[in-house]
Design a protein around this ligand. Structure first.
Ligand code: AMP
Ligand code: MG
Length: 332
């Protein structure tokens, strides 16, 4: 199914740190506005982040409508990130979405955040049926579409990769989010230090890597060498699982998305994996790789064309909503 050219959908993202609103008309992006919560110390505090959504969502919604130059009346449906994510953030976002849907008297659509990353990636890159490597602060998944579901071929058993990078960075006294700092430091690393490489079948585990890297730092090893070694090990694990996914499915497309997709070293490794498997490599543009409202609007539009809207009274949030639980009704 295709998104009709005249269909206008507003999508609200609010699973963790980003209060984002996107508006699309057909496949065209009319607006992309966001405001990110940045903790002063430590990692994301769910309650603080939810308060950030309460404060910023009304402002971001208004800015998006202004950017798109349309009024609420002209919108055909309101979509929101229903899960997975932090409970307090999801509930705040859902409240904003329900309010808009009632005000505009338009249908409400609940969107899975991980599915949204995949659908926006397909729309922007033109990949048709890729193996998707989705790496972010809250998720690490390798998926492939089969029979109405995005099947999870591989995933983390414990900590998501972005969260692991952020935690290691924090232990080394770097600000949040730490991923970009690790990338910069790694460029200056000169010595590889062995760290736990934990791939079990198609599953990944990053908790041992966090512990080991933290111990190295306390022993006085340089941040540069730790960052370099952490990247080689953490990304090598992902490359191995992605390669096996391509090989076993014989898929000829590899798509790369999520906040950690900004990392050039990981991009380079996955590109090489794709080339060795005769697959085309697709990376989502950096601007739309992290959480945003556009991906919720795009996926909301697909639910809409499949007649899959959500009655307000059933619009509870699903904090642990797995990617492979969502019926993908718009694909053959
Ligand atoms: P998301 O949850 O999709 O918005 O992504 C946020 C995550 O991406 C955080 O864990 C960041 O540390 C991570 N991230 C952002 N830029 C980079 C980078 N250049 N290298 C590694 N991780 C990054
Ligand atoms: Mg995300």
């Amino acid at each position: 199914m295709e998104i009709p050219e005249d269909l206008i959908v507003l999508g609200i993202e609010g699973t963790a740190h980003t209060a984002g609103v996107g508006i699309i008309q057909g496949k065209e992006i009319l607006a992309n506005q966001k405001n990110m919560y940045k903790p002063e110390t430590g990692g994301i505090h769910p309650r603080e982040s939810a308060d950030h959504m309460t404060k910023w969502l009304p402002i971001v919604i208004k800015k998006a409508l202004e950017e798109a130059k349309i009024s609420l009346k002209e919108i055909d449906a309101i979509a929101f990130s229903r899960g997975p994510g932090l409970g307090p953030c999801l509930r705040t976002t859902a409240t904003a979405a329900r309010t808009l849907a009632l005000m505009a008297n338009k249908p409400l659509i609940g969107v899975n955040h991980c599915v949204a990353h995949i659908e926006l990636g397909r729309l922007l890159t033109g990949a048709e049926n890729p193996i998707t490597v989705y790496v972010s602060g809250g998720n690490t998944q390798i998926t492939h579409y089969n029979q109405q579901r995005y099947r999870i071929l591989g995933e983390t058993l414990d900590v998501p990769i972005g969260n692991a990078l952020d935690t290691i960075a924090r232990e080394m006294g770097l600000p949040h989010p730490g991923g970009p700092h690790i990338e910069k430091l790694a460029l200056k690393g000169t010595e590889f230090i062995k760290l736990p490489y934990a791939v079990k079948g198609m599953s990944l585990s990053y908790s041992g890597l966090i512990t080991a890297a933290t111990k190295l730092y306390k022993k006085g090893i340089s941040k540069e060498n730790i960052a370099f070694s952490v990247q080689e090990v953490a990304f090598g694990m992902l490359a191995e699982v992605s390669e096996r996914a391509l090989s076993c499915t014989e898929s000829k497309e590899l798509m790369f998305t999520g906040g950690v997709a900004a990392n050039q070293r990981l991009k380079q490794m996955l590109k090489q994996v794709a080339e060795e498997q005769d697959a085309t490599f697709y990376a989502i543009p950096k601007k739309l790789a992290g959480d945003n409202g556009v991906m919720i609007a795009v996926t909301g539009a697909l639910h809409y064309v499949a007649n899959d809207t959500l009655p307000i009274e059933k619009s509870y949030v699903i904090p642990r909503w797995r990617t492979d639980r969502v019926p993908i009704l718009w694909r053959a």
